[in-house]
Design a protein around this ligand. Structure first.
Ligand code: NAI
Length: 330
């Protein structure tokens, strides 16, 4: 089976080629994303492997079907970029990787908290310039701090366990509370109480019409002065304009983001020689108390190995005409 990978990076190639020794598929990797302009590159392929910012709308799926593509393997969990109804109509099977390493994402959220609190990003730059002044570098003990966790699914539960390990009091909000999170020591409260009592708020819930911009001006207003906000879930959970206002008013003390609502035009590419066109993002990066990483929370060797194994397993099931537990249906 010939599989073409769109938006492929060096780490995709490394892990997929290693895992493919067990499958023997014919893999080819291109770094451009899948769009109307690039869809013809798949004309020799039986299957397409795509990532979060590849477009799989009805028109592109139609073109893929005409070229003989019969399956799509998403090497990610989210599938909001795929027109599943069109895929079904065209007889294209679609699979995804529902979970690859919740530890990777939970641990990255903790990395952001520690770096922001102890100003590691600022200290790193200072020491490189032989500036050993400690002015402005004061943090606080995590031990005894109250942390609010919004969303206690796979990632949120691991985050709860880590923060309990630091000796934090952990408050949680989830419309479907988890026994596991409670047994790890999270105390379920209303969203209102979580905002009022937490010094750190970390988002671990999916983006949906209900959760879109859940962190807006009104939510920020309810939070503690100097709150630290961490978002490793999806950018549009946060109204970035309201976030910037909260930072300017010093209502928000620290922000750690691995996701950004307009990230599709920025993340995963080296734009260092270009002029930044997104003024809101540009403003965000001027704050000394904000750290933004470019959607890298998933990026551990463990997660990449799991992604490659599951994706190739999905493709094997599709090639064999077998059932696939990770297949998406409308
Ligand atoms: P999950 O599906 O296991 O858990 C999500 C939890 O959020 C569920 O318990 C659900 O009941 C809860 N929830 C749903 N709507 C909510 C709301 N409005 N308020 C509070 N809780 C709500 O998902 P998992 O695997 O823990 O992933 C969480 C999020 O992490 C994903 O949705 C994804 O956006 C993000 N993610 C980010 C990655 C990164 O590299 N930055 C990588 C993987 C996932």
């Amino acid at each position: 089976m010939k599989v073409i990978f769109f938006s492929a990076k060096s780490y995709d190639r490394e892990f997929f080629e290693a895992e493919n020794r067990a499958y023997g598929f014919d893999l080819s990797f291109i770094d451009t994303d899948l769009s109307l302009e690039t869809v013809l590159l798949a004309k020799e392929a039986d299957a397409v492997c795509a990532f979060v910012n590849d477009t799989l709308d009805a028109q592109i799926l139609g073109s893929l079907a005409e070229s003989g593509v019969r399956s799509i393997a998403l090497r990610c969990a989210g599938f909001n970029n795929v027109d599943l109804a069109a895929a079904k109509r065209l007889g294209i099977r679609v699979g995804r990787v529902p979970a690859y390493s919740p530890y990777a994402v939970a641990e990255h959220a903790v990395a952001l908290i520690l770096a922001l609190n102890r100003k590691v990003h600022r200290a790193y730059n200072r020491v490189r310039e032989s500036n050993f002044s400690l002015e402005g570098l004061m943090g606080f003990d995590l031990h005894g701090t109250t942390v609010g966790v919004i969303g206690t699914g796979k990632i949120g539960q691991i985050f709860v366990g880590i923060m309990k390990g630091f000796g934090c009091e952990v408050l949680a909000y989830d419309p479907y509370p988890s026994e596991k999170a409670a047994s790890l020591g999270a105390k379920y409260v209303s969203l209102e109480e979580l905002y009022q009592r937490s010094s750190i708020v970390s988002l671990h819930c999916p983006l949906s019409p209900e959760s879109h911009h859940m962190i807006d001006e009104a939510a920020i207003e309810k939070m503690q002065d100097g709150v630290m906000l961490i978002n490793t879930s999806r950018g549009a959970l946060v109204d970035t304009a309201a976030l910037i206002q909260g930072l300017k008013l010093r209502k928000i003390g620290h922000v750690g983001l691995d996701v950004y609502e307009e990230e599709a035009d920025l993340f995963f590419e080296d734009l260092s020689t270009q002029v930044m066109q997104d003024d809101i993002f540009a403003r965000l990066t001027t704050f000394p108390n904000v750290i933004v990483t470019g959607h890298q929370a998933f990026l551990t060797s463990n997660a990449l190995r799991n992604i490659a194994q599951t994706t190739l397993g999905n493709l094997k099931a599709f090639a064999d005409g077998a059932e696939c537990p990770n297949e998406l249906s409308v």
